[in-house]
Every structure is written in C-alpha cells, then in structure tokens.
Design a protein around this ligand. Structure first.
Ligand code: FAD
Length: 527
C-alpha cells in the first residue's frame, strides 16, 4: 500500500487519528509492534476458554463522553455499551458503603448515611458539573489553547462561577473533600477516583480530576463494551477499513526517517521502509519517539534537554481472576457495582499515597476492582464471573511497606503481591479466595512487554501532575501535537490531554497533520 500517512501504533489514539485522516480521503497505514492491535484496549481469554478478560483498560466513561469518540459513531461498527446496575461502590471500615449511581438521589442517599449534610453537598458539586459538562469536555479534548471550549466555558459559568471553578480546579482532593463533606463516604468516593491517576492527593489537580471523574460517572456510568474491551478496538479498525485504511501488526517501527528536517518515511526493525509523504503520526510515548525513533541529532538541543525532565506516572500491577461465582461482599451495594474501590478509611488512603510517594510498595494497596459480568454477562458462563483489578506501585521501589518484597517483580514476588491484593478483598468479602478458579498476573514489567508505551507499567503516558499538563505536556512548550520535526505529530497519551481512552490525543494529531498539509499545499502553489 502506498500511504499518504503512516500511523505508528494501533492504540486507541493511533486508530482515532487514522480514522480522522481516512475521513478526509487520506490513505492511511497503521503499523503496530504487537501481534494484535488495540494498545491498552484489548481483551483475551487469559484464564479459561470462554472467560473474556480485559488485558489492560476496562471502563470507558471518557470514551462515551468524549466528542471525538462520539463523532466516530462506533455503534455503527458493532460497538455496544453495557452498564452495571451501580457505577461504583466504596465500602468503608464502619460497614457502610459510599455509592456512585447514575441516579443522583441514590448517590446522595448513600453519602447521607455518613452525614445528613453530605447528600446536599454532592448535589451541589454535581450541579456545578452539569452547568459546564459539555464546554468543559470540549475544552479538554481540543488542542491548547482551547479557544472555543474555554470561551464557552467562561460564558456558561459567568464571572462569579468562573472564580469558583478556577478555585475548584486548583484544590487538592483532600481539601475539596474537607470543604464539601462531613462524613468519610464522600471523601473516599472522591479520593478513590483521583487514585485512578498518579496525582498527589495533597496537590492540584487531584481535586479537579476526582470531581470530574466522579461526575462523569454520575452522568454516564462507567460503561464497558459488550464482549470485552477489544470490541472497541474492533469497531475502530472496521471503521478505518471501510475507508480504505490498513492496520499491519507485528510491525515494530524502529526509525522515523528524517530528511531536511521533515519526517518522510518510517523504517521497521527488519529494515522495511514505508514512505509517508503527508505525515507520520506517532502513537508512541514521547521519550521513545524522540530519543529512539527520531534520534537526538534531528532535534534542537534545548528540546532534547527538556526531555530529561519528562516524568513517568506510577507503575501498575494488574490481576485478572476467573471466579466460580460472584464476590460475596459484606456491603450489599458492592454486589451490584461494576467498579469497587477498596481502601476502607482515609488513613488507609493516606498511608497508600505515602507509601507511593516514598517509593515503597504499598503495605495495603488501594485496589480498583472491575466486576465485569455485572455490566456484561457475556464475559463468562453464568454463574461464573471475571474480575479485573489493578493497583499502583512505585516505578523504582526503594522498599516494601509490607516488609517482604524488593520490587524485582520476579515470579515469586509477583505471586506474593497478588496474594496481598487478594487479602484486601477477602477482608471485605470473606470467602472470595475460595471462589478463585484461576488468576492471571501482570507485573509492571509484564505490562511493558505487552505494550512498549506502558514504560515500567505506567498507564498514563506520563504523570498527570500539574507540572506536566497543558502547555507542559509532554515537555514545556506549546502542549500541541506538532513536534520539532516537520510532518511528525505526537498522537499518544504522552500528548495533551493525557491518559484515558478519549481519543483526543489522536484527534489533535490528525487535525495538526491536516492543517500542516493544507498549509504546505497552499505554499507550494505560490512557489
Ligand atoms: C492496566 C490499565 C488499566 C487502564 N484502565 C483504563 C480504564 O479503565 N479506562 C481508561 O479510559 N483508560 C484506562 N487506562 C489507560 C488507557 O488504556 C491509555 O491511556 C490509552 O490506551 C492510551 O492510548 P494510546 O493510544 O495513547 O496508547 P496505547 O493504548 O498504549 O497504544 C500504543 C500502541 O502503540 C504500539 N507501539 C508502541 N511503540 C511502537 C513502535 N515503535 N512501533 C509500532 N507500534 C508501537 C504499542 O504496541 C501499542 O499497541 C488503563 C491502562 C492500563 C495499562
């Protein structure tokens, strides 16, 4: 195939970028290193035949809310969203359970179990989101500066609302929770959602991320694709194929060929070269793209130096279980929830965050659990269930809060840390371990081996800390998809707005490539 553009990497961002270029009539070739496409959006029978597990990501509130993904209309290509009866349950040490439901009343009632005032506080927080949901999502998913989105946001808020919103955006999740809630339920609901990322719970933007993800869950639920995460990838590929695009797997790109300051082709590890006359879009981590594929000789010195400051997010440890039956939670709401967060007090949350900050493997990991069959019974034959979970661990552990592991993630350490995670679940659901018929573990190293973008097990393409957001992502500069090399665009989660399956990084790269192509064509007419 003679392509107009080559996309490196068939993750969601790469596939979104390819689709948007194909929509404009470009011939697009996607080259993927792994034997299967999808990046961190894949499913597989990891335990038993007939048990479908999501190998990496599982829940897609951003996918359903993102205007980029909406514009692709993937339900026409076989994607079907399913939701659990309850979005999220967070059981606490006192036997109660904070709940996120798509019914505001149900969420509020669960928080009133902790303090009569807290239901009203949640309604207030959510109403602030409802006022801005649409322009906010637009501002977050378009390139920096998000002129249209930001002005619509300012209009929706008005001067006083803008001040309140800016303050919220600059709060830590602990401060936000202290201001809003008297009981621990609301605080944990927010903190648990902040902990999907690697942000420091005492600093911004942890308050904003917690508020945003909790509210988006309130609005849309945490939906999953029927049949597994891989169905989302399948839909993206089918849509691309319908427009003449092609995805080639087991094709690791080893080099971006730069000629006269312009990316003109890519070369595979085996030497095969593919021309890319209209652009190369890289769904590859920023350090890998610039240091390994382009090479420092083709980049300005200052830019290369700024890459030294690039910070990865925490590592991830992932477990999938096949269970003989549903988890016997003590807290009833957890038996209906698609997602369960485990850290049963604020002390536990703080101890977990302190362990990570000190680069210790957490003694009591905060466990993010996906009970996949609650939303999608097709994942395994009834009454069995598939359960997905992950927790964060430090990138380069200096010790272990539990006093037994060194962080080499040898097979033995991997098994022992999974036992630690199981003990956290067992404490809230006695009898859980007896239901396990098989488990599949992915240590940080194993995650990276299955997807080179998950460096050291980082799932967000780089830290979500404020110092690497907006104009600072991936390095201080414009925060845009354009790179110092003409015709080369950064399309991965290392670019603004970062991790999550929303497609915005890919869409921004496609827009930048289309714009650059139009400008080049216009200039050539004048020559
Ligand atoms: C365990 C885990 C759980 C997660 N849970 C969620 C969740 O529930 N919801 C959510 O929204 N997000 C979640 N995420 C984050 C989300 O999956 C990522 O942010 C998202 O997949 C990023 O998309 P991407 O296209 O930028 O990169 P990726 O999905 O990582 O895809 C990059 C692709 O590029 C390929 N590639 C890399 N280098 C080369 C090369 N040199 N040549 C060819 N191909 C190459 C890789 O093999 C990979 O296929 C999770 C991630 C992980 C790891």
């Amino acid at each position: 195939m003679h392509a107009d553009a080559v996309v490196i990497g068939a993750g969601p961002n790469g596939l979104v970028a390819a689709n948007l270029l194909a929509d404009r009539g470009w011939k697009v070739l996607v080259l993927e290193a792994q034997p299967e496409p999808g990046g961190a959006v894949r499913s597989a029978e990891l335990t038993h035949p007939g048990f479908v597990h999501d190998v990496f990501s599982a829940f897609y509130p951003l996918g359903i809310a993102s205007p980029v993904m909406q514009s692709l209309d993937l339900t026409r290509y076989g994607l079907r969203w399913r939701r659990a009866p309850l979005v999220l349950a967070h059981p606490t040490a006192d036997g109660k359970c904070a709940v996120l439901s798509t019914s505001v009343d149900e969420t509020a009632r669960s928080l009133e179990d902790y303090s009569a005032r807290d239901g009203g506080s949640w309604r207030d927080l959510y109403s602030r989101y409802e006022r801005v949901a649409e322009p906010l999502m637009q501002a977050m998913t378009t390139p920096i500066p998000p002129v249209r989105g930001a002005s619509r946001l300012a209009l929706a808020l008005g001067p006083r609302g803008l001040l309140d919103f800016t303050r919220l955006a600059l709060q830590s999740v602990h401060r936000l929770a202290d201001e809003q809630f008297d009981g621990v339920g609301g605080a944990l609901l927010l903190a648990g959602n902040a902990l999907h990322s690697d942000v420091d719970l005492d600093s911004p933007p942890s308050g904003f991320l917690a508020w945003f993800l909790t509210c988006i869950g309130q609005q849309h639920g945490f939906p999953v694709p029927e049949g597994g995460a891989g169905r989302l990838t399948d839909a993206l590929i089918q849509r691309l194929a319908a427009r003449g695009g092609e995805v080639r797997c087991s094709s690791r790109v080893a080099r971006v060929v730069v000629d006269g300051g312009r990316a003109v082709a890519v070369q595979l590890a085996d030497g095969d070269t593919f021309d890319a006359p209209r652009g190369v879009l890289a769904d590859v981590s920023a350090p890998a793209l610039y240091r390994d594929l382009v090479g420092e000789d083709h980049l300005p010195r200052r830019f290369v130096r700024s890459l030294d400051g690039f910070e990865w997010d925490h590592a991830t440890f992932k477990v999938d279980w096949a269970l003989a039956g549903p988890i016997p939670w003590r807290a009833e709401p957890a038996t209906r929830a698609g997602t369960v967060h485990l850290a049963d007090s604020r002390d536990r949350v703080m101890a977990y965050a302190a362990d990570l900050a000190a680069r210790r493997i957490p003694a009591h990991p905060f466990v993010l659990i996906g009970q996949m069959n609650k939303a999608d019974p097709t994942r395994s034959p009834a009454p069995t269930e598939t359960v997905w979970a992950y927790t964060h661990v430090p990138q380069h552990p200096r010790g272990d809060g539990g006093g037994e592991l060194s962080g080499t993630w040898s097979d033995d350490e991997t098994e022992r840390f999974a036992d630690r995670i199981e003990r956290e679940i067992e404490a809230h659901a006695p009898g859980f371990r007896a239901l396990v018929t098989a488990r599949h573990l992915l240590s940080p190293h194993a995650l990276e081996a299955r997807n080179a973008n998950l460096v050291g097990g980082a799932l967000g393409g780089g830290t979500m800390a404020l110092s690497q957001q907006l104009v600072f992502r991936p390095v201080p500069g414009l925060g845009r998809a354009e790179t110092p090399v003409q015709g080369l665009f950064l399309a991965s989660a290392s670019a603004h707005p970062g991790g999550g399956v929303h497609g915005a990084c890919g869409a921004n790269a496609a827009r930048a490539a289309l714009f650059a192509d139009r400008r080049r064509a216009a200039l050539s007419r004048f020559r």
